[in-house]
Design a protein around this ligand. Sequence first.
Ligand code: ZN
Ligand code: ZN
Length: 394
Amino acid sequence: MTQGPMPVVPRPLPGEAIRSWVSRSGTRYGLTTSELLALLRGGIGVEHSRLWALDWQEDVELEALLTRASRLDAGRIEALRALADGWPDPADWHRWTLAWCPACVREDLVQYGESYERAAWRLGFYVVCPKHHATLVTACPGCSSHGARFGPCAGRQRLLCDCCREPVEAAGGDVPLGRPMAVPAVQAELLRLASGAVGVSPLWAGTPAGGCATLVRDFAALLLRPGWNGWGLARSKEEADRIHRRGLADLQPLAARDLLGRIGAILATVAFWEGHGDQQSGQWDQPGDGGFSSLVHRLSADEQDSLRASAAGWGPRLAHVVEVTVLRDQVERRCAAAAGNLARQEAAWARQAANRYVMEARRRIAARAARRAAAVLLQRRGPSQGPTGFSGPI
Ligand SMILES: [Zn+2]
Ligand SMILES: [Zn+2]
């Protein structure tokens, strides 16, 4: 093979990631992705980091080589990325541990004789398969270890377990979506915006397109706090920064699904506040314990200030809702503190009054006892005894 067109190159499959397509092309010649690209570059290898980055950023040289070798239009290769130009910090949304839909992988095998990686499966906010209504998985159904990757197997591409090296298309592994129902709606909206679509759904309460990713990140960072429903992550400054940047991408899909559901519930609460919750019926959970007021109430005063500052980037409507919610919570806290002070003052007064009453009662009891003792003494001495206690002849 030379740097010219390759004789056989598979076409990209629906939603396929660039690396998956390059990998499938390599399998036709018994080459790994790295080996194929090195061949196209005249024997010069490509660093792994550069190879991975093909998923989220343009690589002019490699894409020109792939265009020439595959005779595919450059635009078609570029369109394989799930994240369009302008999506903030695309590398931080990249999930390093592959998650996949077992039903999709099995169907691929039947339909194409091989399986392939969807670009969306690497996105931290992509947690459910909209076709099969199942949560993505990361564990091999055979040996239960986490970690699998697409690789060559008898001239075709298969999903192979990193541990047992077996294909993982076997039955099992599907996790039903279940609740919360907001997740598919949040995920679909994020995917639509990430792919460069213009116009934001009313579900986002007026958040500008560029602010939706920020909003999800900010909420994820707020929710991923120590002690928050068992998350229990460390919260050093570095850890907090990392959670803010990569919170969703570093979570297992099940945990990320839970978090997206909570974000959906918060947005639903905001929508109900604004009186257009009916638009979201059937798609979003009803606001409840995971609602926005509840979240705000659990934050410290510093975190509430941080939330207000963050909300400035979410659009004026959400910023207004955040402002009102925080202020209302602060008033409630002051009322609760004042009521607590009053209760403490009343309790202190009651204690003092009780002490005074007890002391007075003791004093009266002691006085009465003294009077009785004196009366008894007088009775024993008889009526002729004088006050000195001396009687009889001298
Ligand atoms: Zn699927
Ligand atoms: Zn395995």
